[in-house]
Design a protein around this ligand. Structure first.
Ligand code: GLU
Length: 272
């Protein structure tokens, strides 16, 4: 099978050092495998994404020497792909409409450990919509949709870099959002629907998304699709062990460039 990888930036700000190294890892793995690379702009969040960030990102890719074979595709123009996935999940009875507000979830939820990379509060089982309610909906809009996770089930996978991983549904993560109330498909649905539609065989991304991989495996299963291989790259941290992305002022590529750093120095590994 031909290797198909992707670069999937979200244009919500300037590209920083951590992103650049992860994108470079994705690009390198595809090139080493003599595979193809798809560029997909994940611009579904119309409040946070801006066209000028996309333009800057494309310029940053060019400066870094990262190229691609297909795209750019824009998720904002691919609603049909996501609606198809939504319909399949609805027909399978694994998602449900929910009117529980985010505040209600926060108040009732058992919060995961604060130090976790992905500390989304766990949706309380008692607040689930009873099965069957999804059948009354022909379209997802106007209400939040969540995936009913199989409580207590271990979701396991073997990551190219991180090895064997296991997350327990209902414990490590709860019912997650697949479609937002404002009509925007949520990340966990959009990324899987697109990776399936684009025939992606390996996903290379940051380690902060390991837990999302467990959620996404449940979506693959419900869609009847074969998951790709996973390769989660270590995150770039500063001298104090903080993720660069979470620093007050992450090092943007533009800043580093202005300081005279070369692409090779930016991508050159080691701590920042
Ligand atoms: N668009 C996501 C991000 O920039 C990447 C998602 C993924 O690789 O699955 O963080």
């Amino acid at each position: 099978m031909t290797y198909r990888g992707r670069l999937a930036p979200t244009p919500t700000g300037d590209m920083h050092l951590g992103h650049a190294r992860t994108f470079h890892a994705a690009w390198r793995r595809a090139r080493e495998a003599h595979g193809q690379i798809v560029l997909r702009i994940e611009d579904l969040d119309h409040l946070r994404c801006r066209p000028e960030y996309t333009t800057q990102m494309l310029a940053d890719f060019a400066w870094l020497g990262l190229d691609w074979d297909e795209g750019p595709y824009y998720q904002s123009q691919r609603r049909e792909v996501f609606l198809d996935a939504w319909r399949t999940l609805r027909d399978a009875g694994v998602i449900y409409p929910s009117t529980v507000s985010r505040k209600e979830v926060r108040d009732a939820a058992h919060a995961p450990h604060e130090d976790e990379e992905d500390a989304d509060p766990i949706f309380p089982v008692a607040l689930r919509t009873p099965p069957g309610a999804e059948r009354a909906h022909d379209a997802p809009d106007g209400v939040t949709w969540r995936f009913r996770v199989p409580d207590g089930r271990a979701v396991t996978f073997t990551d190219v870099r991180c090895g064997a991983r296991s997350f327990t549904a209902g414990v490590d993560f709860g019912d997650f959002v697949v479609w937002r109330r404002d009509g925007v498909p949520a990340y966990e649905l959009a990324v899987v629907a697109d990776d399936v539609a684009m025939g992606i065989t390996e996903v290379v991304r940051g380690e902060d998304l390991l837990k999302s991989t467990a959620r996404q495996l449940l979506v693959y299963e419900a869609l009847g699709a074969t998951p790709p291989r996973w390769c989660h790259e270590p995150l770039v941290r500063d001298a104090d062990g903080r993720r660069l992305a979470k620093r007050h002022a992450p090092l943007s590529l533009q800043q580093l460039r202005a300081q005279g750093m070369s692409p090779a120095e930016v991508l050159g590994g080691g701590a920042a």
